[in-house]
Design a protein around this ligand. Structure first.
Ligand code: ADP
Length: 276
């Protein structure tokens, strides 16, 4: 009898534990559902704003055939820039959602940091041919080991951080890209600028989706507010960390991230300091 009671008690305990787990699972599912709803609401809002502008511009053009040519040009270029903004938003949003849901194929390779930095810089040069960026200094430590990451994604992170540094730094300011060893396992890359800086209490939320200090409507620098969220997903994907530092407004910012090194390797190209 004692044995039978013990067996029944054991079974009851297992059942109670299963119910507790189920409750926990339910809570997690509810939280996920809330996140999903929030995300849809924010994305909808971000897309609705440029879409409304495009609609107003096109309606005005269609309903006022005698509109002065100059005003027509303004309407057309506003509609065009807002449609470009929507395209970027959708593209960034899909990239982020693919990264978050693990639908991205990683192709890890052994990379020379200098080459990745050069690629990111040349990509940026073609993009911002119109507005001259601030002076950019590159400082890669001598004999830095090769790093292990997906080359395309690494260039993406570098280009995004350098692009941000250019956007938030006046032309007379300076940007520096540094790479040094961080312990035995990692290389640390820093993109620092002398621009407008970030308040200490915002250093973590700048990585949130759609965070933009001035808000999407008032900003003049373009961007979707998804760039840093994408960078964090990419860096976490290869097992690294990314963080921001700044002592406050107008004090410049430093963005750091780490990449695992390839064991027993030394970078072939010597470290160098280049000023553009
Ligand atoms: P965006 O596409 O708006 O640049 P990000 O996710 O890259 O989106 O950046 C989010 C926000 O973080 C920016 O809108 C800006 O407010 C802040 N930020 C990012 N980089 C810098 C920087 N180098 N200096 C100052 N603020 C920055």
């Amino acid at each position: 009898l004692v044995e039978a009671i013990a067996t029944q008690m054991g079974a009851a305990l297992i059942q109670a534990e299963a119910y507790a787990n189920l409750e926990e699972l339910n809570q997690q599912l509810e939280a996920l559902d809330r996140t999903r709803s929030n995300l849809i609401a924010i994305t909808g809002h971000e897309l609705r704003t440029p879409l409304s502008t495009i609609q107003v511009c096109l309606e005005s053009l269609a309903s006022e055939p005698d509109m002065p040519l100059e005003l027509q040009q303004v309407m057309l270029s506003t509609a065009l820039s807002d449609s470009e903004r929507m395209r970027k938003l959708v593209q960034d949003f899909l990239t982020l959602s693919n990264l978050e849901s693990g639908r991205v194929e990683w192709h890890p390779e052994s990379l020379t940091l200098q080459e990745c930095v050069d690629l990111a810089l040349s990509r940026l040069r073609t993009r911002s041919a119109a507005d001259k960026p601030p002076k950019i200094k590159t400082q890669i430590s001598q004999n830095l080991p090769l790093v292990r990451a997906d080359g395309d994604w690494l260039v993406e992170v570098l280009a995004k951080l350098i692009d941000n540094a250019c956007k938030f730094t006046p032309q007379k300011g300076e940007i520096s890209i540094k790479a040094t060893r961080n312990g035995n396992q990692m290389v640390e890359v820093t993109v620092a600028d002398t621009g407008r800086g970030i308040e200490p209490n915002r250093l973590e939320i700048v990585f949130d989706r759609f965070y933009q200090e001035e808000g999407a409507l008032r900003r003049t620098t373009g961007g979707t507010g998804l760039g840093l969220a994408i960078c964090r997903q990419i860096v976490n994907g290869w097992g690294g960390e990314i963080w921001a530092e700044s002592t406050g407004k107008d004090q410049g910012s430093q963005f750091h991230f780490t990449i695992p090194v390839v064991e027993n390797s030394q970078e072939k190209s010597r470290g160098q300091v280049v000023t553009e």
